[in-house]
Ligand binder design. Structure first.
Ligand SMILES: [Fe+2]
Length: 388
């Protein structure tokens, strides 16, 4: 056995080369390939790696159990008690009008772990019947769409076009505080040779070539750093209010081509058309959240769900103006050179700092193409804060 074959007895963290963020982690032998079994010292190193590099990739996790995934996800948030909930309320997630509506396919033994992907799957973990997963695409969310013939069943040799579906932070943004960490396990993913071209359809005609259904990330700290000095002061001292049940509020709306915000067309539901809500549960959060490990400021805002913007001079921007200003702040951060498009291999586990990155689904699938992922995030009991 050569030295390089001897497994280290502690985790090793390797930053991704030539990428704007991310690292890979290899596990020590004592945890038997289960990152939820790391000792206190290694767990601390892993936590610091997640908050420093924002996305941690652990390969070879095809057998990572839902129970371990839940335990690992929970372990990063000391505010969680035994009474915890998934990042969203189930009855709201399942509401027919919600843009997050899914059939709520969860793992029976570990309902905090959700099943995402595309195609028909059968596994006792998901119940006795087949489940039918549908990968979300911009066709159901953006105001304007790419030509379908450029996206589906394209002639051989042509690269299908796609869009960022929706840039977001995982969060209900009503009643429940944003989860600190999301874990995403890619069990069956498209081959790396399958490429799709993300079209920004913006003024610069930006494009980004990615693996089919790559998960795209940008750093909220980089978004903050890209702002002018004047805007930094402004965002550090502003607050954003989200609509009550925001995903239902915007259910009739169309998003911009880049998936960053909603087009102002007046299609939002009236607040009295929403499921019952209470003033005290409406989320009003700082625009910037300070990273407790690095001390960096992250611009963390869900551009599609904003409702009002409270500026430091006491001025309140209502919906349309709030969206426009926040969009202006967010847009530079998704330029191609700032995006880390995670190109999946089967069995990879991504752990990301949900309070430090924005992420987006990309891609679409032709009939018969499949993908399978397990996702877990848990609403925190701690409000995100800024150390201005
Ligand atoms: Fe997400």
């Amino acid at each position: 056995m050569t030295t390089s074959q001897i497994k280290s007895d502690t985790i090793t963290v390797t930053p991704l080369k030539d990428k704007p963020l991310g690292c890979t982690v290899s596990l020590p032998s004592y945890c038997h390939n289960d990152p939820s079994l790391l000792n206190e010292n290694d767990h601390k190193k892993l936590y610091e790696a997640v908050l420093t590099y924002l996305v941690v990739v652990i390969p070879g996790q095809g057998d990572f159990s839902p129970k371990s995934q839940y335990n690992l996800t929970k372990s990063f948030d000391s505010s969680l008690s035994d009474e915890i909930s998934y990042g969203h309320e189930d009855k709201i997630l399942a509401n027919d009008k919600s843009i997050l509506k899914r059939d709520l396919i969860t793992i029976k033994e570990q309902p905090e772990v959700h099943v995402l992907g595309n195609g028909v799957w059968n596994n006792p973990k998901y119940g006795k019947d087949d489940i039918n997963l549908k990968h979300p695409t911009h066709f159901t969310f953006h105001k304007d769409h790419l030509p379908k013939e450029k996206c589906f069943n394209v002639p051989e040799g042509e690269i299908p076009w796609t869009r960022f579906y929706r840039w977001h932070i995982d969060s209900a943004l009503y009643k429940l505080y944003p989860p600190k960490i999301t874990t995403l396990l890619g069990l069956k993913v498209p081959s790396k040779e399958k490429r799709q071209l993300v079209k920004y359809d913006d003024d610069e005609q930006n494009e980004l070539l990615v693996q089919q259904a790559a998960t795209c990330f940008v750093s909220g700290a980089n978004a903050f750093d890209l702002l002018s000095e004047e805007d930094k002061v402004l965002v550090l001292n502003s607050k954003v209010m989200y609509a009550p049940h925001p995903y239902i509020y915007i259910s009739q709306c169309g998003a911009t081509n880049d998936g960053l915000t909603i087009c102002n067309e007046g299609k939002e539901l009236d607040l009295n058309e929403l499921p019952s809500w209470e003033e005290k549960h409406i989320m009003k959060l700082p625009l910037v959240w300070t990273n407790p490990v690095t001390g960096k400021h992250h611009l963390q805002v869900h551009g599609c769900c904003v409702y009002k913007l409270f500026l430091p001079n006491g001025k309140v921007l209502e919906l349309e103006q709030a969206r426009e200003l926040i969009y202006k702040w967010m847009k530079p951060a998704i330029n191609p050179e700032h995006v880390y498009a995670h190109e999946w291999s089967n069995g990879e586990l991504c752990i990301f700092y949900n309070r430090g990155v924005w992420h987006s689904v990309s891609g679409q699938f032709d009939e018969g193409e499949t993908r399978l992922c397990h996702q877990c995030n848990i609403a925190s009991n701690e409000i995100p804060t800024v150390n201005a």
